[in-house]
Design a protein around this ligand. Sequence first.
Ligand SMILES: [Zn+2]
Length: 247
Amino acid sequence: MPEGPEMVFLKELAEPFVGQQVWEARGEAKGISFDRVKGQVLQDIKTFGKELFFCFPDFALRVHLMLFGKYSINGELNRVLQLGLVFEAGEINFYACDCRLLNAPWEDQYDWPTDVLHPAFDPEKALGKLLRSPGRFICDALLDQTLFAGVGNGLKNEVLFRQRIHPESQVGEIPASELRALIKATQALSAEYLEGKRHGEGEVHWQAYRQKICPRDRVPFLKAKLGKPPRSCYFCALCQRQYLPDW
Ligand SMILES: [Zn+2]
């Protein structure tokens, strides 16, 4: 599943269409009246976490690539088209994704500064929200899109490894200084991921996610489905500390 940085990168790729009129709108996405889209001028493109928005004066088209979504700019794929927008400068097509039309004022539904890549992302607010559920495992909290919009499974595994925190650590048992550092690392790694995309590198250089050996200890990573719902975790039993209450 694409994580936040990939959506920001996609937004940047589509930016040449901003200010242009939609010549043609088509696709199978239910709930979108394509007649309404045709002739409108694209005012802006925004992202929130893993969601992308094509903004028009009275509505937005929201795209979520889900697990297997694909897109093509100035090309077509041999799949069922969900949403295709044709402009003077070219076209953008989406497949196997969730596309919806949101009526204004749709922006009020989103708490924009919870997006890790948003310039107004507020680490202290994130910490406050995190501490509201002290019994939760940190691997679940990091994937909570109401706390850290844009963080997916790769970023989650990687920041926990970098900060030496075991995925099944209870939030309330981790020292606040460690949580602050974890939030900063999440922000920094997301930015690094985006920079990598801009420079044509596929993804970040993962040290833990989908890796076999811990580069610090040279022992095999443990791989397990942890959390609610269970998601793949890659972690090292030697260098990632598990914070749990003392019984
Ligand atoms: Zn290790």
